[in-house]
Design a protein around this ligand. Structure first.
Ligand code: CTP
Length: 412
């Protein structure tokens, strides 16, 4: 059973989509709003969406002792929106309504999704409350930046319900997924496909959606890292909260951005799908067909090889451009054939690239690209090989970060 706690903020309406996500996924949901949440959304809405009665105080249904029963039965508690006041009451261990009392009896993972004005989020009192809740083992999601109530913008916005749901789902799938084990670490992740221009209107790209790299960036930020996401072509994914996003187009742009940002990183993950070749020349004006209706330049495109960015980073770690103690992770999408299996090709690629970890995905038949689920292997340069079971790209990201964190700071 999932408890959705709702605080009294304008974003309370977004809790409705979250409740629907959980019920549609087959979970039993109990909604516990605060008194002030009911000023924004009525109890009838929460009851209709969850199919369960809704109460706010500890003096209703007394024989059932609901705060103890609900807390003990919950597999997950998600509080969205968590207001500054609710964070403060939870951090102090207050039990002055059903929601805070339930928080004290719950022994399952607890996720707070804060939403408030930037000033309130940045106030030392709120920072201290967030730190206390994290020290107590709760997950406090980084708020998104963007439009707040009225005209102001800044950090403090409730992430979209599907983004909160993705973090909640990964906790149910992989309980350690949101551990704060990257606190103070610098992580650089590339994601998406590169675009190789032919002329001002045409380019060559590939089917990478960017989803796996974005999932890694979101989780790494949630695990406490300072994350730079070097983003190529994606399927219009929103910027992950609390992540610096650097946009690039071509493989050469990617190489330059990685050289700059990876220099001081503890962990570098190359999830981008880099074009191996680019047109030898980029026409400055649009390539047109001639009077005969043909274009030699479009019929035959001469391509030249792009640099191998990943291998370059590994080389740069030897030469001092990248920190000697950084961990470098590569990706490989392989198909097996008569000459070798997916694993054979993965092992050979790990050796060729010289990275510390290789995430190996079997592709073809609609696997890996543009989809939400993935499976494969995690190959370590130390000889460790782990199968990655079929799961969401978030769960995959959690397993990749677990393996990477175990290697951060280790002698190489
Ligand atoms: N990569 C890179 N630069 C390139 C090509 C790939 O940095 N020019 C990185 C990718 O980001 C990925 C890893 O190398 O982390 C493997 O990518 P893949 O395309 O599978 O490898 P290739 O070297 O292109 O090998 P193949 O011959 O199998 O295409």
């Amino acid at each position: 059973m999932i408890i959705v706690g709702v605080g009294g903020g304008i974003a309370a309406y977004k809790a409705c989509a979250l409740i629907r996500h959980f019920t549609e996924a087959g979970h039993q949901v109990r909604v516990i709003p605060t008194e002030s949440a009911l000023k924004f959304v009525g109890a009838a809405t929460f009851e209709a969406l969850s199919g369960q009665p809704v109460q706010t105080g500890v003096f209703e249904s007394i024989p059932e002792v609901p705060h103890v029963r609900l807390g003990q039965e919950a597999d997950l508690v998600v509080i969205a929106p968590a207001t500054a006041d609710l964070l403060a009451r939870a951090a102090q261990g207050r039990a002055d309504d059903l929601l805070t009392a339930t928080l004290l009896t719950a022994r399952c993972p607890v996720v707070f999704a804060p939403a408030m004005h930037t000033e309130m989020w940045e106030h030392p009192a709120t920072r201290a409350n967030v730190a206390t809740l994290r020290a107590h083992g709760a997950t406090v999601i980084e708020p998104a930046s963007g439009r707040l109530t009225g005209k102001d913008t800044g950090a403090g916005r409730l992430p979209e319900p599907d983004q909160i749901a993705a973090l909640a789902d990964v906790l149910l799938e992989h309980p350690g997924a949101l551990a704060r084990d990257l606190e103070g670490r610098r992580v650089v992740i590339s994601a998406g496909g590169t675009k190789e221009a032919l002329d001002p209107v045409r380019y060559l790209t590939n089917r990478s959606s960017g989803k796996q790299g974005y999932a890694l960036a979101r989780l790494a930020a949630q695990r406490g890292a300072h994350v730079t996401l070097v983003a190529g072509n994606t399927i219009g994914l929103p910027d992950p909260p609390a992540v610096d996003v650097v946009r690039i187009a071509s493989a050469l742009d990617l190489q330059a951005a990685m050289a700059e940002h990876a220099a001081g990183a503890d962990l570098v993950i190359m999830a981008a799908a880099v074009a191996d070749y680019r047109p030898a020349e980029i026409a400055q004006t649009k390539l047109k067909k001639g009077a005969d209706g043909r274009s030699d330049a479009l019929e035959t495109i001469t391509m030249i090889e792009n640099p191998d960015v990943l291998a370059g980073l590994v080389q740069s770690r030897r030469d001092g451009g990248v920190r000697a103690d950084s961990v470098i992770v590569g990706f490989a999408a392989e198909t097996g054939d008569a000459q070798g299996s997916v694993l054979d090709y993965g092992r050979a690629k790990l050796r060729r690239k010289g990275c510390d970890l290789l995430v190996l995905n079997a592709v073809g038949d609609g696997r890996a690209f543009e989809v939400d689920e993935n499976s494969g292997w995690l190959l370590g340069a130390d000889g460790n090989e782990t199968a990655l079971p079929l799961g969401s790209k978030m769960a995959m990201a959690a397993r990749i970060l677990d393996a990477a964190v175990a290697r951060v700071g280790a002698a190489r």
